[in-house]
Design a protein around this ligand. Structure first.
Ligand code: URP
Ligand code: ZN
Ligand code: ZN
Length: 481
C-alpha cells in the first residue's frame, strides 16, 4: 500500500508501550503501524520519539475570567502556542456568568474558535447561573451537541454556587450524561482571611498564597465528594494542589467513589516562594496557589498511583496589565488569577518526569494525552496512536535542550523563564497535516475543528445509593433528582 505520508524510523510510544515502527498516514488518519512502510512523502524520525499529540483538557481561551478579566489569548494565539508545545487538541471553557443565557454563551464561543483555532478543540461549560432554563433546556441541549462536561466553582464571588445549586447541576449531569469538574476551595475561609489581610495593609501577592489555605482545598473537596455521593454523580476535582486535597481524593476512591483528580505544572514545578518576590509575584499567582516541596511530592505520587488522573495546564493567560495590581487596584484580591502553561506543559513533564525516570514514556503519554481523551469522550479518535485514530502526532527530539525564554501565547511572560528543558517536540501534525515543522508554524488560521464528544466510562454513575436514598426506595417514596 502506498500511503500519503510515512513517519519513518522513530520510536513510537503509546500509553501502553514503546516500540520501533513506521507510522503510515492516509488522509487525516493513522492507516498503518509497522516496519518498512512506503508512502508518497516521508518524514525521517530516526533517533526521535513519535507520540500522540497532547490533549489539554483544562485551559482558558478568549474567556472572561470569574473576576471579569479577558484572557490575553484568543483562539489563534492559544492554539498556536499549544501546537508548538506538542498539544494537538484543547478543551477550553465556554464561561457562563450570572445572568448569561447558556445557549448564547455556547454559540459565542463556537464563533470565536471557528475562525481562529489551528488545532482541534472541544468545549466544557462553566455554569454560574443554574436557573430553570439552564438546567431544564440549555444544559441537555449542550450535552446532546457534544459538550459533555461542565465546571462549577465553590469560590470566586461572581461564579460560586451554593451547595443546593451544586446538587442541581450534579443531578442534571447525572441525568443527561455529563461530567462535573469542580474548582474546590472554601470561599468563606479565603475571603475572611483576605479581607482581614487587606484591612491590615497586607496587600502583596505573597498574601494570596497565605489566604488560599491548604485546609480550604481539603474542606471543599470533602464537601463536594459528599454532595456527589448523595446524588451518585461522578466528579473530577481540577487543579489539585495539596497533600490534604490529594488524600481526600484517595480516601473517596478508596470508598469506591468515582472521584477523579487533576494536577497542573504549577503544582509540580512552582512553589509559594515564586510568589514571594514583591509585586511581580502576581505573575505567579493562580488559584489554588503553588505550595511547597511536600505538596509537589504528593502531586508526583498522586500522578504515579492514579489518584490524580490527568495532568492539564489550567492555562489562564493574563498579561502584566491584568496581573499587576495598580491604581485603585492595590491588593492581591484584584489581580487576575492564573498562569500560562499550554506550551510548556509537555516539555516540563518530559524533562522533570521522563528525563529523571520519575515516570515512564507510556505514563507520560497517558497523563498528557490518552487519559484526557478517554475521560472526556474523545478516545480513540484523539490521544491515541493506533490505526483509525486521527493522525495527531508530535515528533519529539529527546536530546534537544533549550533554555526557556519566551512562549508563543499572548501573555508576554512565562513563569518558567530560565529553565533548561531537555526533550522538545520538533514536528507536529494535526489530522495528517504538518502544522509545526522545525520550529516554524505551517498551520492556517481557522483550520481547527470542533469535536463533539461522546459519552465515556468516567460519566457513568455507580448505580449505588447513600443509605438515605436506599431508605426512600425501601419506603417506595419516589424522589425526582
Ligand atoms: O487561577 C486560576 N486557576 N485561574 C483560572 C480559573 C480557574 O479557576 O481555573
Ligand atoms: Zn479553577
Ligand atoms: Zn482553570
Amino acid at each position: 500500500m502506498s500511503l500519503d505520508l510515512v513517519i519513518r524510523g522513530g520510536t513510537v510510544a503509546t500509553a501502553e508501550k514503546t516500540f520501533q515502527a513506521d507510522v503510515g498516514i492516509e488522509g487525516d488518519k493513522v492507516a498503518a503501524l509497522g516496519p518498512a512502510l512506503s508512502g508518497k512523502r516521508t518524514i525521517d524520525a530516526s533517533g526521535k520519539l513519535v507520540l500522540p499529540g497532547g490533549v489539554d483538557s483544562h485551559c482558558h481561551i478568549e474567556q472572561l475570567s470569574s473576576m471579569g478579566v479577558m484572557t490575553a489569548d484568543d483562539f489563534y494565539s492559544a492554539t498556536v502556542s499549544a501546537a508548538y508545545g506538542g498539544t494537538t487538541t484543547v478543551i477550553p471553557f465556554c464561561a457562563q456568568h450570572r445572568n448569561d443565557d447558556l445557549r448564547k454563551v455556547l454559540a459565542d464561543y463556537h464563533e470565536r474558535a471557528r475562525t481562529k483555532a489551528v488545532i482541534d478543540y472541544g468545549f466544557h461549560l462553566i455554569i454560574a447561573n443554574p436557573d430553570e432554563p439552564t438546567l431544564r433546556e440549555h444544559l441537555p441541549e449542550a450535552i446532546r451537541s457534544g459538550v459533555r462536561s461542565f465546571k462549577i466553582f465553590m469560590t470566586y464571588e461572581r461564579t460560586r454556587l451554593t451547595d443546593e445549586q451544586i446538587l442541581d447541576v450534579m443531578a442534571a449531569a447525572r441525568k443527561h450524561g455529563a461530567l462535573v469538574m469542580v474548582h474546590a476551595e472554601n470561599h468563606g475561609m479565603i475571603s475572611w482571611l483576605a479581607g482581614r489581610m487587606v484591612n491590615q495593609g497586607n496587600t502583596l501577592p505573597r498574601y494570596h498564597a497565605i489566604c488560599h489555605t491548604r485546609g480550604s482545598e481539603a474542606e471543599a473537596i470533602q464537601r463536594v465528594v459528599a454532595l456527589a455521593e448523595l446524588v451518585d454523580c461522578p466528579i473530577l476535582i481540577v487543579h489539585v494542589s495539596t497533600v490534604e486535597g490529594i488524600e481526600a481524593i484517595r480516601q473517596a476512591r478508596g470508598r469506591g467513589l468515582k472521584v477523579l483528580g487533576e494536577t497542573c505544572p504549577q503544582y509540580l514545578f512552582l512553589t509559594a516562594k515564586d510568589i514571594d518576590i514583591g509585586i511581580e509575584g502576581a505573575l505567579f499567582c493562580c488559584s489554588p496557589p503553588p505550595r511547597d516541596a511536600a505538596a509537589q511530592e504528593a502531586c508526583w505520587r498522586g500522578l504515579k498511583d492514579g489518584t490524580l488522573h490527568v495532568y492539564s495546564s489550567d492555562h489562564a493567560p493574563y498579561g502584566r496589565d491584568g496581573k499587576l495590581p495598580k491604581g485603585e487596584k492595590t491588593s492581591f484580591k484584584e489581580m487576575a488569577n492564573g498562569v500560562p502553561g499550554l506550551e510548556l506543559r509537555l516539555p516540563l513533564l518530559y524533562t522533570y518526569g521522563v528525563g529523571t525516570q520519575r515516570i515512564t514514556l507510556p505514563e507520560f503519554v497517558n497523563l498528557t494525552a490518552t487519559r484526557h481523551a478517554q475521560t472526556y469522550g474523545l478516545f480513540p479518535r484523539k490521544g491515541s496512536l493506533a490505526v483509525g485514530s486521527d493522525a495527531d502526532i508530535a515528533i519529539w527530539d529527546p536530546q534537544k535542550t533549550l533554555v526557556v525564554e519566551q512562549t508563543h501565547d499572548g501573555t508576554g511572560y512565562t513563569p518558567y523563564k530560565g529553565r533548561k528543558l531537555t526533550g522538545w517536540p520538533i514536528t507536529v501534525l494535526s489530522r495528517g497535516a504538518v502544522i509545526v515543522e522545525d520550529g516554524r508554524l505551517t498551520a492556517a488560521r481557522g483550520r481547527g475543528r470542533f469535536i463533539a464528544r461522546e459519552s465515556s466510562d468516567a460519566l457513568r454513575p455507580l448505580g449505588r445509593d447513600v443509605p438515605e436514598m436506599a431508605q426512600l426506595k425501601a419506603w417506595q417514596t419516589p424522589l425526582q433528582l
